[in-house]
Design a protein around this ligand. Structure first.
Ligand SMILES: Nc1ncnc2c1ncn2[C@@H]1O[C@H](COP(=O)(O)OP(=O)(O)OP(=O)(O)O)[C@@H](O)[C@H]1O
Ligand SMILES: [Mg+2]
Length: 318
């Protein structure tokens, strides 16, 4: 496997000597999209601020592109990162075009390059037709998109996006997801924090990290997390009373739609044997018996459930 793009080592942030916002966090981000998931107050923004160097860790280390961000190469590393904050405050009186020009000059880019880059970026984020409009007059979705454009101005390899889809309506969200996928195609690596779970799935995140109360509770691809949680989701068609009644005692969850039963179970073999026996005995044809995997929302809830149980157990032991 290639070297990680981001790696943290026991990264910790304690505010006012008492609030442990991030606790010995070890995350590994490879090329592609990394969904950084966690409920409100989990420590996502605090982690991100440490990654981009705007907040000093209480302890622990961060490596980006294999280099320690506190090393002499700090400035060079930051040139390779684009960042869109949770609640961006732009120069609201500037037009979209002016803002990008301004960013380009901060990076000492040649004038001609600034011009062509602005034109390409405005096209990419679909703001070409409003390039002369003041940002103050932009909608929430447009503001997020100009945020991405400014973060991409110096063509960074890594983008760090904090709650990029918050405040967007479903259409704005879908447009944003398409844009992120497009950037993924162009070879950008993105760390995207969110608590809107199905979005991570829609983005086809290569990997996700789930954080709760400052602790990383799970990390891996959706498939790996599924396997680790040990729960199998199986779709069985038809939705037959005999199947349902016999499965009820041996599965952990049973849902249904008009055609199928959707069950969660730990022992796939037991489920199959039960269904097969009923099928033979009662002449019910099994149209479908398919392992589907957990939806991201279920992975998240299960991981949190497990973590909260561990915290409770620990408290009892203490
Ligand atoms: N400057 C600060 N001073 C004190 N405590 C802080 C500070 N910033 C964050 N915290 C605390 O650290 C914890 C983590 O906050 P953080 O903003 O990182 O969470 P988050 O995962 O980004 O949440 P959200 O989804 O709501 O954005 C919270 O308990 C928060 O109150
Ligand atoms: Mg946050």
């Amino acid at each position: 496997m290639k070297n990680p793009i981001i790696q943290t080592f026991e990264l910790t942030k304690i505010f006012n000597s008492k609030t442990i916002a991030v606790n010995k966090l070890n995350i590994i981000v490879h090329e592609g999209i990394y969904g950084f998931l966690g409920p409100n107050g989990a420590g996502k923004t605090t982690t991100i601020k440490m990654l981009i160097g705007s907040l000093k860790p209480s302890s622990g280390e961060i490596e980006i592109f294999g280099k320690n961000i506190n090393s002499n190469e700090k400035i060079n590393i930051h040139k390779l990162i684009g960042y869109v904050p949770e609640n961006p405050i732009y120069f609201m009186e500037m037009t979209a075009e002016k803002l990008l020009k301004h960013i380009g000059s901060i990076f000492h880019m040649p004038k001609q390059e600034i011009k062509s880059r602005i034109s390409n970026l405005l096209k990419l984020v679909e703001l070409s037709n409003v390039k002369s409009r003041k940002i103050a007059k932009f909608s929430a979705g447009m503001k997020q998109r100009i945020g991405i454009a400014q973060a991409l101005m110096n063509d960074p390899e890594l983008l760090i996006l904090d709650e990029i889809t918050a405040n967007l309506d479903p259409l704005g969200r879908n447009q944003m997801i398409d844009l992120l996928k497009e950037l993924r195609q162009q070879g950008k690596t993105m760390l995207i924090s969110t608590h809107i779970l199905p979005e991570v799935q829609k983005m086809s995140a290569d990997s996700i990290g789930i954080i709760n109360q400052g602790n990383l509770i799970m990390e891996g691809s959706i498939q790996e997390l599924n396997e680790r949680l040990g729960t199998k989701v199986i779709r069985i068609t038809p939705n037959n009373d005999l199947f349902r009644n016999s499965l009820k005692p041996i599965v952990s969850k049973i849902e249904e739609d008009a055609d199928s039963l959707i069950i969660e179970a730990n022992d796939l073999k037991q489920v199959w044997t039960t269904v097969a026996q009923i099928s033979l005995k009662n002449n019910v044809v099994i149209k479908e018996f398919r392992l589907t995997g957990l939806e991201i929302e279920n992975i998240f809830m299960k991981a949190l459930e497990k973590d909260n149980k561990n915290v409770e157990l620990k408290n009892i032991e203490d």
